[in-house]
Write a protein that binds this ligand. Structure first.
Ligand code: SF4
Length: 396
């Protein structure tokens, strides 16, 4: 796989070095078991696959190139480039301004931009509507388009399916930049509807089986379907694609469930006419990170620390998986480790940062799972590791 030019301060001797070693030892990724960094009294379990993915490194390379190539110009990013505060703050420090916030609220109107300005499209991609405005205004966005190729793959697949009469079910978070972009591209060629999870997919299933009326469907999926979507006509042939950072297993469960509904309705022999096989659109990094996290769950550990931006979808899924087995803390950096007693961490169910005392087990050796989301630099993970080593020395 291609290597990218990313600033040195995002790398880490310990973490990047460990990843490199694992890749050299196992280039075909046959072994998903974690590595153990043994510091005597503390053992860190580091997953086989985590942190910056292809799409994030690609976006970082292009964004820093845009800054380097355009001294003195105003540089705008359509939204946060990736969901990581360290990276976004570094870009802001270099003068980059964000046009939208994560929730899609406009901070700067596109009317303010001129052809002299530089505009960067984030890794999540953007909507067709925004692309049109950028083209009309003759802005430079296409030159600095960091849209991840794995996201584009989803758009292309949705388009191909749409042209052959399939409708698209997007498994994603309605407000997430990537889902909004995928929805915008998909609806050009295919009737499209967004489902958040298996529960919502079941509502689609019940609609297909005739147990939910058209009126009820529109009430349930208000603002989540393309214009002119007709559940009686458009749920006859479907394909499931996802926001690439959703839990891959959940996307598969949704596809499997909808396949079972189609079999019930139309019989097994015609199934390919009614549901497309879209497994190949799942992002490799999400798959590998989640598989490596599942391998962590087979280990013995005292706590798990998951590092990443609080608005990072893929990080929250890693947290969800770790929580099934371990006391888990979702932190954004080493700054959350206030002392050997106190940790500040994110409660993603209630969307707030909270404090927990006595988070660090007073035992020897203590085993700590340390991992991060796909948008978190290795250097931040190393800073967390070093801070834990320091706090442990002074508190245990
Ligand atoms: S998680 Fe996958 S789709 Fe998302 S940026 Fe990374 S490689 Fe691309």
């Amino acid at each position: 796989m291609r290597t990218f030019q990313i600033p040195k301060y995002y790398k880490s001797n310990i973490i990047t070095g460990l990843k490199k070693k694992r890749i050299e030892e196992d280039p075909r990724k046959k072994d998903y078991s974690p590595s153990v960094l043994d510091y005597g009294n503390i053992q860190f379990l580091i997953p086989r696959h985590f942190g910056f993915c292809y799409g994030v490194e690609n976006a970082i390379e292009i964004s820093y190139k845009a800054i380097e190539e355009n001294p003195g110009k105003r540089i705008f990013l359509l939204s946060e480039m990736i969901h990581n505060p360290e990276v976004n703050n570094d870009l802001i420090g270099r003068g980059v301004r964000f046009i939208n916030d994560t929730a899609g609220n406009q901070l700067i109107t596109l009317d303010e931009l001129t052809p002299e300005d530089v505009v960067i499209i984030p890794a999540f991609g953007t909507t067709i509507e925004t692309l049109k405005i950028l083209e009309e205004k003759k802005l430079t966005a296409l030159k600095y388009d960091t849209t991840c190729p794995f996201v584009e793959k989803v758009w292309n697949r949705a388009g191909t399916l749409g042209k052959t009469g399939f409708s698209i079910i997007i498994h994603g978070k309605y407000r997430h930049e990537e889902t909004r972009a995928t929805f915008s591209h998909s609806k050009q060629d295919a009737p499209t509807v967004i489902v958040r999870d298996l529960e919502e997919a079941k509502l689609i299933g019940e609609t297909i089986l005739g147990n939910i009326s058209k009126e009820k469907f529109f009430e349930l999926f208000k603002n989540k379907h393309s214009a002119g979507f007709d559940p009686e006509r458009d749920l006859y042939k479907i394909g499931v694609v996802n926001q690439t950072t959703m839990l891959a297993s959940e996307t598969q469960n949704i596809a499997d469930y909808l396949k079972s509904v189609m079999i019930k309705k139309y019989g097994e022999s015609n199934i390919k006419e009614h549901i497309a096989d879209t497994r190949d659109t799942l992002c490799y990094a999400t798959h590998d990170n989640q598989k490596a996290t599942l391998a962590l769950l087979e280990e013995e550990a005292d706590i798990a620390l998951v590092v990443g931006g609080y608005n990072s979808s893929n990080t929250s899924h890693i947290v969800e998986l770790c929580e099934t087995r371990f006391k888990t803390f979702f932190i954004s950096s080493e700054k959350n480790l206030i002392s050997g007693k106190e940790i500040r961490h994110y409660d993603y169910n209630n969307h707030l940062e909270i404090s927990t005392n006595d988070f660090l087990p007073q035992k020897k050796p203590v085993r700590i799972i340390l991992t991060s989301g796909a948008s978190c630099p290795d250097s931040v993970v190393e800073a967390v590791l070093n801070r834990i080593l320091f706090l442990y020395e002074i508190s245990v």
